[in-house]
Each structure stands twice: as structure tokens, then as C-alpha cells.
Design a protein. Structure first.
Length: 428
């Protein structure tokens, strides 16, 4: 059934203007409220007696709210309140997202307009909608909600309220987190021009670090406080998944201030079993140790498209057709530690190390043999059967687990390998 038909049905059932109902319905559906739920909520809004008497729904404790509740009245302390701008029907619309808690538990909420509450405020949301998100109930605070501020704060145990203000460490962050507060060092930062929804726009992207680890970030509305080497406090950041790992998003609504103290960035990446790492679904900075079982096709001397920089086959780019390829070096090595398998991807510099030569050497070898596969063969000879310690960014998707290597070193856990490395040094 089309949205139009749903609106028609609602309008005739409720005896109200169809266009008005349709615009409400469209509104809810665009905010990803399932259409049946949207219709129910509109039936309530326009006073369809069949859905249970009307009037203000009874007050509930947070822990007692279920996705089956159509709407509830709830009193809680705002733990986090993060503003975000979304585009709706061609114009920008500010929504507020975060968590609310009482003595019984915590619940996520989305406020479709800015009611002006902040973290730490105690509020009563009368007639807040409830929807299911990922199997959990979530509150919708919208125009049919009566919102009031309470002067008495609630007694909430530390266990429940530890997140007032949303303070978090980088390794605690997960995609979907809202309104987080971080104290971090800016480890890498570059200015880029992208095609945004309003045309070309400048953004900052790079890497943040704290005591717990490192994560990539994007600053959509560049602020001067964010620059390489700076220590900053970022309030109201949100987290999205980008290329398989959580990414910190700093928006126009985030507060960024310089920190007096230096941030100690842990230099050691988390070391994990391959299987354990793959099961996390992706980690920005991780160290894995495994045996190189094989070198995959597409390793050694390769050619890239000059337009999109993707690897091309026989002079053909999937997007740009017949192109004049750029020569490059790369390795895709399969690593296994008995618990799982990943493909480690080595850039040109790391490839030079395991190949023992640079791009010129590779081109010459390929010319001599009249076959560029000789480069991959040489690398295979050098790498397969040895154990490596690899640090990098792990992403896991339907194509498998890929570890974008930052370092790729022969593991020194094995005394025999250590001895042979030592002998090589002596020989050299
Ligand atoms: Zn291309």
C-alpha cells in the first residue's frame, strides 16, 4: 500500500483532512518509524477512541517501558543530549538524541524538536511515543509530548547514571553512540574538500588518541582548536561506522575547547587473537600475530586507475573503462593463527620491505621476465611460511576480514626466527 492509500484510510477513519494526515505520516516515516506504528500514533493524535480511551498515558518507570507501549509518561534525568542536524523535505531540522534515566534504568530518546533540556536536567515527558529500535524500546519526544522540567532531582545510583554528560574513552565508543564527551589528543589532521549536500565544503579528518586507544574522526564544521598536536575536550560528538570501524563525528553542535593537560596516548595497540578480532566486527588499531599462509592474486606489481586509484585489470577500470594505469606495489597476504584468518594489505612502502626492492626494481624484473607475476612470486618466496606481527586497521564486511597494515614485521616470538634475523644482520 502506498503512503497515499494509508493517508486516505486514516483520514476517512478519523474524519480529518487527508493532506494533513499525509504530511504527518510522511514526517514519521522519514524518521524511520515503521508505517504501522506511525498510523497507530496518528490515530492517537487525532483521537481515535478505539485505541484505548485517550487522555494522558499512565506514568511508567523506565525499566517497565516495553516496545509494546504505544506511549508513556515518564520522569527521568537527562544523561546526554546531543543535537544533530538532519535534512527533511529540503530544509535542515535539528533533533536532539541521548539517554534518559530514572532509578530503574536508562532509555534512549529522540526529541524531534529542541525542547531546551540539557544533561543533568530532570524532566517529565507526558505522552512520549515508544518505538522499537534494535529490539529495545526508545522514546520519541515530539509535538504531541507535554514536556516539563522538575525542580527535584532523582536519586539515581552511580551504576545507572555514570554517563551523565556522556564522558567516554575512545575504546568504549560504538557506532550509534550520541552526545559523547571526549578528552583526546589530535594525532593526525588534514583539511579536505568534499562534495557535501550543499556543494563543495571543507572538512577536517584524521586520528584522535587517548589513554585507551585511537580512532579516526571527521570534523564537519572545521574549528581552529582541532589541529595536529593539540589536546582538546570535545562535547556532543556522535559515532558512526565508517569503513568498518567506529568514527568520531564532530559537528556544528559539538563544543570543542583546548585542554591544558597533555593527553597520554597509549602507544601499544590491543593485541588479540585473529578470531577474537574478526568477531568484534572491526577495530581501528589492533595488533595481530599470524602465519603468512599465502599471497593472494592482485599482489606484487599492480596497476591503478589514474581517476579513482582502484586496482585495474588488463588496463580496464570497473568505473572508468580503458585507462592508462599507474604502476604500484601492493601485497595481500593471508594470515592465520589457528583461531581465524585475515587478509593483511600492505601499501607500497611495506611491500618494498618484503620484496627487497622498489618500484623501479619491480618494473625491471617484470620487463626481463616479460611477466609481472615474477614480483608476486618473489614476495611469496620471502613471506609465505613465516610468522608476522601486524598492526593496523581491521575491517570486516561481506568480502571478508581485511587488515590495513601500518606495520608488518616478522614476529620475534620464535627463537629460530630471531636467530636467523640476527644472522642476516651479521651477514649484512
Ligand atoms: Zn577508475
Amino acid at each position: 500500500m502506498e503512503l497515499d492509500d494509508h493517508a486516505e484510510e486514516l483520514a476517512s477513519d478519523l474524519g480529518v483532512d487527508k493532506e494533513e494526515v499525509k504530511s504527518d505520516l510522511q514526517n514519521l516515516v522519514e524518521y524511520s518509524v515503521p508505517v504501522d506504528e506511525a498510523k497507530q500514533s496518528l490515530r492517537r493524535k487525532y483521537g481515535d477512541g478505539s485505541s484505548g480511551g485517550g487522555g494522558t498515558p499512565s506514568a511508567k518507570n523506565v525499566a517497565d517501558i516495553t516496545p509494546e507501549d504505544g506511549s508513556v509518561t515518564v520522569t527521568g534525568t537527562v544523561l546526554t543530549a546531543g543535537k544533530r542536524s538532519i535534512r527533511y523535505q529540503g530544509s535542515d531540522h535539528v533533533i536532539v538524541e541521548g539517554q534518559l534515566a530514572d532509578e530503574t534504568g536508562r532509555i534512549d530518546y529522540t526529541a524531534w524538536e529542541d525542547f531546551g533540556f540539557e544533561a543533568g536536567d530532570t524532566i517529565t515527558a507526558g505522552n512520549a511515543g515508544v518505538r522499537e529500535w534494535d529490539g529495545e524500546p526508545e522514546l520519541n519526544v515530539g509535538e504531541s509530548t507535554a514536556l516539563s522540567f522538575e525542580s527535584d532531582s532523582l536519586e539515581i545510583s552511580d551504576e545507572i547514571s555514570y554517563e551523565i554528560g556522556g564522558e567516554a574513552e575512545l575504546t568504549d565508543l560504538e557506532a550509534g553512540d550520541r552526545a559523547r564527551t571526549l578528552e583526546v589528543a589530535v594525532l593526525e589532521c588534514e583539511r579536505r574538500t568534499i562534495d557535501g549536500r550543499d556543494g563543495e565544503t571543507e572538512i577536517l579528518s584524521g586520528v584522535l588518541g587517548d589513554e585507551s586507544g585511537r580512532l579516526p574522526f571527521t570534523n564537519w564544521d572545521p574549528v581552529p582548536e582541532i589541529e595536529e598536536g593539540a589536546s582538546v575536550r570535545i562535547e556532543n560528538a556522535y559515532v558512526q561506522e565508517f569503513r568498518g570501524v567506529p568514527e568520531v563525528n564532530v559537528s556544528e553542535f559539538s563544543g570543542v575547547s583546548a585542554l591544558e593537560r597533555e593527553i597520554d596516548v597509549g602507544s601499544d595497540a590491543t593485541t588479540m587473537d585473529v578470531g577474537e578480532a574478526v568477531r568484534t566486527g572491526g577495530i581501528y588499531d589492533v595488533e595481530l600475530v599470524g602465519n603468512a599462509l599465502a599471497i593472494r592474486d592482485g599482489s606484487g606489481l599492480i596497476q591503478r586507475c589514474p581517476e579513482c586509484y582502484r586496482v585495474i585489470q588488463k588496463g580496464q577500470c570497473r568505473t572508468h573503462g580503458d585507462v592508462d594505469g599507474i604502476d604500484d606495489l601492493r601485497v595481500k597476504a593471508i594470515l592465520d593463527d589457528g583461531t581465524g584468518t585475515v587478509t593483511a594489505i600492505l601499501d607500497d612502502e611495506l611491500t618494498q620491505q618484503v620484496y627487497g626492492g622498489d618500484l623501479e626494481d619491480a618494473l625491471e624484473a617484470a620487463r626481463e621476465a616479460m611477466d609481472q607475476e615474477v614480483v608476486a612470486d618473489e614476495i611469496r618466496e620471502n613471506v609465505v611460511g613465516r610468522e608476522y606481527r601486524v598492526r593496523g586497521h581491521l575491517s570486516v564486511d561481506e568480502y571478508g576480514a581485511n587488515l590495513d597494515a601500518e606495520t608488518f614485521e616478522e614476529s620475534d616470538d620464535d627463537p629460530a626466527a630471531r636467530a636467523s634475523a640476527f644472522l642476516e644482520e651479521v651477514d649484512a
